[in-house]
Design a protein around this ligand. Structure first.
Ligand SMILES: [Ca+2]
Length: 459
């Protein structure tokens, strides 16, 4: 019982096959196209497993499934959408369920530009779900689609090897979720990459991948909320190892909205290319007065012609560490650019600010500014290299003197677009070992040679 559309099948209609299978059982899809209508209204944790992703095809799919208990699994199938959503799963947090989607392809068409390929929603309270009980692996979404993966209220989910192309809203939406871990993502021609656009989103980890935005409207490569009210438990979000290309004026590569005291954001080893548009590479916004800690380490931020790093209401943070980044503007014409911009409300910043070992480079001589605070306060900064800039540090409209070990007036000998430097560069071995992160942009241990280098690369 349970096979569908095979020579020996006892039913040829998928919902009947699912209804017939015992709780926790498996419906085996043979190769071929299987028509579905309203999908599975109420699964008992059945698995639907295809013979192969290329041949087992579910057409017109809306796999609306309320998981009561047990394991829900969809494996090695392609879903061909037509004006409907794809897989849609809802579960009660009080029940111990597990959801697994593995080797699933979802293909949209001209009628699905407002639909969602995969939606997972949790409701109720409770802790029946253990960490990693919800797993997605090998997911490929080919639009046109609204969003590739949409989460709401989900806790503890891992998704690895996730590909979404041609999404008019976002590759992934995080709505009110906690503990989402995404790794090895490839998001192409998406309006936003990973979007926390509603609710309270905490403890997000995004580790590795490529995000390429399209050019309609304003988008975010990654937006993370560690917020939004003081009742929320403090969490830690990590954005690491992404290569992000922006497409429009107003885009932001990595946006962090930080919540209460104790919340943390780590942004490291990312490359954000603003394509010489009015973009922000990294944008930090503490949303409450007593907000948490931000570390920005080993990033390469190029051609973001609004700011490489922009911190709004910077005085709300408990700490801001900006270390071993390479930040550069291109050679295009236009208004002067401030590579790192800090806007303060009160004019009092935490003493836990540190800007060390950063490489600041302008592609056009003498007009761009490296670091600027809108009020006249001092921050700890040294061992930075400044090249081709109008100023190194400015605060409250006036220039601030350099640190004792800052380097100015020496060409860093940039050799490629990732801002690596040639042998003989003054950036080599000129950093502060104590401040340097343990590895560089590529994971090479620091220090190499006599000392840590300035910038995102170590040699
Ligand atoms: Ca070195």
């Amino acid at each position: 019982m349970g096979d569908e559309n095979c020579a020996t099948a006892q039913t040829r209609y998928l919902p009947l096959a699912v209804a017939a299978v015992s709780a926790g059982g498996t419906v085996t899809l043979c190769d071929g196209t299987h028509q579905t209508f309203d999908g599975i209204r109420r699964g008992q944790g059945a698995a639907i497993v295809g013979a192969s992703i290329n041949e087992a095809i579910l057409r017109g799919w809306t796999g609306r499934s309320l998981i009561d208990s047990g394991v829900a699994r969809l494996q090695a199938v392609s879903l061909m959408l037509d004006g409907r959503d794809g897989v849609s799963i809802a579960y009660d947090r009080a029940n111990p369920v597990a959801v697994e989607l593995r080797d699933v392809r979802v293909v949209g068409n001209a009628n699905t530009s407002g639909n969602t390929a995969i939606s997972i929603q949790a409701f109720g309270t409770g802790s029946g779900i253990a960490p990693d009980d919800i797993q997605l692996q090998g997911i490929e979404v080919v639009g046109p689609i609204g969003s590739g993966l949409s989460l709401d209220g989900v806790r503890d989910i891992t998704a690895s090897t996730l590909s979404v192309t041609d999404a008019s809203t976002a590759g992934v939406r995080l709505g009110s979720s906690d503990g989402v871990t995404l790794s090895n993502v490839f998001l192409d021609n998406v309006r936003s990459g990973v979007l926390a656009d509603q609710g309270r989103v905490t403890n997000t980890t995004i580790d590795g991948g490529i995000i390429l935005l399209d050019s309609l409207g304003v988008g975010y490569g990654v937006s993370v909320l560690e917020r939004a009210d003081t009742a929320a438990p403090a969490g830690t979000s990590v954005v690491r190892g992404l290569n992000i290309e922006l497409a429009s004026d107003g885009d932001t590569g990595i946006s962090i909205e930080l919540g209460p005291d104790g919340s943390q954001a780590l942004v490291e080893r990312n490359l954000v290319d603003g394509k010489a548009r009015s973009t922000r590479g990294v944008w930090v916004q503490p949303v409450i007065v007593d907000s948490g800690d931000v570390e920005i380490l080993n990033n390469i931020l190029i051609d973001n012609d609004r700011h490489g790093v922009d911190v709004s209401r910077a005085d709300r943070l408990d700490s801001l560490i900006l270390t071993s980044n390479s930040i550069a503007t291109g050679s295009g014409s236009g208004a002067p650019i401030t590579l790192v911009n800090l806007s303060l409300d009160t004019g009092v910043v935490s003493s836990n600010y540190g800007f060390f070992n950063n490489l600041f480079v302008s592609g056009r001589a003498g007009q761009d500014r490296a670091v600027e605070l809108n009020q006249g306060v001092g921050i700890a900064a040294d061992h930075n290299l400044f090249w081709n800039l109008e100023s190194s540090y400015r605060a409250g409209g006036s220039a601030v003197s350099n640190g004792a070990n800052d380097i100015t007036g020496q060409d860093p000998l940039i050799r490629n677009r990732e801002l690596e430097v040639l042998a003989g560069s003054p950036a080599i071995d000129a950093g502060n070992d104590f401040r340097a992160p343990p590895t560089d942009y590529a994971g090479i241990l620091r220090p190499q040679g006599a000392a840590a280098d300035i910038g995102a690369h170590e040699r």
